[in-house]
Design a protein around this ligand. Structure first.
Ligand SMILES: Cc1cc2nc3c(=O)[nH]c(=O)nc-3n(C[C@H](O)[C@H](O)[C@H](O)COP(=O)(O)OP(=O)(O)OC[C@H]3O[C@@H](n4cnc5c(N)ncnc54)[C@H](O)[C@@H]3O)c2cc1C
Length: 510
């Protein structure tokens, strides 16, 4: 594995000095920045614009105990059950019990969650939850509202700036401690700092069908791996049962049909019009995600249509346009009026339970390196994330990372090591073709249903790709993303091969 993606002498980079670098402008990164001590200078880096993130796309909402018939214990138990018993219990207690504080804080700071006529927060139901505890905003535009609020808040912090179109390539370390980061923006920059928070989101783009944005190429996890950080639970990839089916989203991004549609009464039908989830799980369509995703996959394998149907036509159009404005409009654009027609859906990659191993304060095994949000793995989701727990996780552990950094404010900056220019080959690589190759390998060999022989074949193919691209000169962002995708895919495949039993989202047919 290459240690660094760049092949120039770091002394030639444009050099800057800051107290804290945050990689990613999703909920985890923005909330971490907001919670930093204002005496520290902080830069949030984002590889495209500030709104391009999974966070901004979150629809269903945030799971949080707010009703009198609900308790921390119930939320805790639902999370553990969804995670197939592999959750880190302390991490679950942390998000369940501290989450309400962060939600109240967000509300106090101007975030508008949907309320009923008496001013109480509206709560809905999602798969795997035993109580109505999902709060939401704008019907199905929860992430957009949280990101809007947090962006405004950090904009008002004089110590925080946000740099768009800065691609972070690597964490520079010296003797096992963070010395800074290497960023690409029309040339190379070195930001000297002793505190880096990776909040760079998920890995969805390594799969052919995903709800994740195009920026989700696993860069944060790959740069941490190159820097020597430990990864955890990489075999646990969540597939959402209901991505909108369309051939144009192949190799790009699928529009999500939120679990909340099933929470509000949507039912799943196969091509014969049979409601197959009844009798397969006591919660029928509201069974945990991994189970519904697998059943959808099986139905599709056994019928001629490449999708199943999600039917919410039992609800009046006026309800649907108010409760699911984003979904209603997006489906309409594709010729489906959800009040009158069932929605074609299929299972798609959606979330990464694993990631950079951290403790409950966001710390990794590298001094000065922290991680939060989807790129991190505290173990809170175990083998399968409970719906709407990830935005909560971003808030709680984003804030906790900031606390860790605040406590080590006076940490001295260390010098970067002398990294000499390396000589890499000018090999001709068809980047789009190789990215699509990886997506094909991952969906075929490490998808919803896995087996050892197929995964071993998949690993061999990934290693071939890595051997081909590793010696190339990395002169563009897509090329760096390609290498990150290959490294992350290899980590997922290797972890999946090592786990012999089926558990949660990791299902082995052998
Ligand atoms: C369609 C969709 C709907 C969802 N709905 C819900 C929901 O209702 N409830 C829920 O709890 N969860 C939901 N999730 C999951 C949840 O939104 C994400 O897990 C969470 O928002 C991740 O936040 P994050 O801050 O960790 O990362 P993200 O929001 O993904 O942000 C990552 C940021 O890092 C930047 N970045 C990445 N690599 C680099 C790099 N090399 N250099 C610089 N910047 C980089 C990206 O550009 C981006 O700004 C949904 C996810 C999707 C995709």
């Amino acid at each position: 594995m290459r240690r660094y993606l760049f092949d120039e002498n770091i002394e030639n980079f444009e050099t800057h000095e800051i107290d804290v670098a945050i990689i990613g402008s999703g909920i985890a990164g923005l909330y971490a920045a907001y919670n930093l001590n204002s005496a520290m200078s902080c830069v949030i880096f984002t590889k495209e614009n500030a709104d391009t993130s999974a966070s901004a796309l979150a629809q269903g909402g945030i799971a949080v105990v707010s009703e009198s018939d609900d308790t921390f214990e119930y939320h805790f138990k639902d999370t553990i059950r969804a995670g197939a018993g592999l959750c880190d219990e302390d991490a679950v207690h942390t998000i369940v019990e501290e989450g309400p504080w962060d939600i109240n804080k967000l509300i106090e700071l101007g975030c508008n969650f949907d309320k009923d006529a008496s001013g109480r927060l509206k709560v809905t139901m999602e798969g795997g939850h035993g109580r109505r505890r999902i709060i939401h905003s704008g019907g199905d535009a929860t992430g957009f509202e949280i990101v809007r609020t947090l962006k405004e808040l950090v904009h008002g912090c004089p110590n925080v700036s946000l740099l768009e179109n800065y691609f972070i390539a690597d964490i520079v370390t010296n003797n096992g401690s963070v010395a800074g980061i290497a960023a690409y923006n029309n040339g190379w920059h070195f930001f000297k700092t002793s505190h880096v928070i990776i909040a760079a989101g998920g890995i969805g783009q390594v799969y052919r069908y995903t709800t994740n944005p195009l920026v989700a190429t696993g860069d944060g996890i790959a740069m941490a791996l190159r820097a020597g950080a430990a990864l955890k639970d990489m075999e646990f990839v969540q597939f959402h049962p209901t991505g909108f089916y369309s051939e144009t989203s192949r190799n790009r991004q699928c529009f999500l049909i939120s679990e909340a549609v099933r929470g509000e009464g949507g039912i799943l039908l196969n091509e014969k019009g049979e409601r197959y989830m009844v009798g397969r799980h006591e919660l029928a369509e509201l069974a945990p995600r991994d189970i519904v995703a697998r059943e959808n996959y099986r139905e599709i394998e056994n019928q001629s249509l490449p999708y199943v149907l999600l039917d919410i036509t039992s609800k009046p159009e006026s309800f649907l346009t108010e409760r699911f404005p984003t979904i209603y409009q997006n489906c309409l654009k594709s010729g489906i009026n959800i009040a009158h027609q069932p929605i074609p859906v299929g299972p798609v990659q959606h979330y990464m339970m694993g990631g950079i191993k951290t403790d409950l304060w966001g710390a990794t095994n590298i001094r000065g390196l922290y991680a939060a949000g989807e790129a991190a793995c505290t173990g809170v989701h175990g083998a399968n994330r409970l719906a709407s727990n990830s935005t909560l996780e971003c808030l709680v552990f984003g804030r906790r990372c900031a606390t860790s950094v605040n406590n080590l404010m006076d940490e001295p900056k260390i010098e970067p090591p002398k990294i000499a220019a390396s000589k890499f080959d000018s090999i001709d690589i068809d980047i789009v073709k190789e990215k699509n190759n990886i997506k094909g390998i991952m969906v075929k060999h490490c998808g919803i249903v896995r087996n050892g022989k197929s995964m071993a074949d998949g690993l061999e193919k990934l290693i071939e790709i890595i051997e081909k691209i590793e010696p190339a000169a990395y002169t563009s962002i897509p090329m760096m993303e390609l290498y990150n995708m290959a490294l992350v895919s290899k980590s997922i495949m290797t972890a999946a091969i090592a786990r012999k039993e089926s558990v949660g989202a990791h299902y082995r047919e052998d």
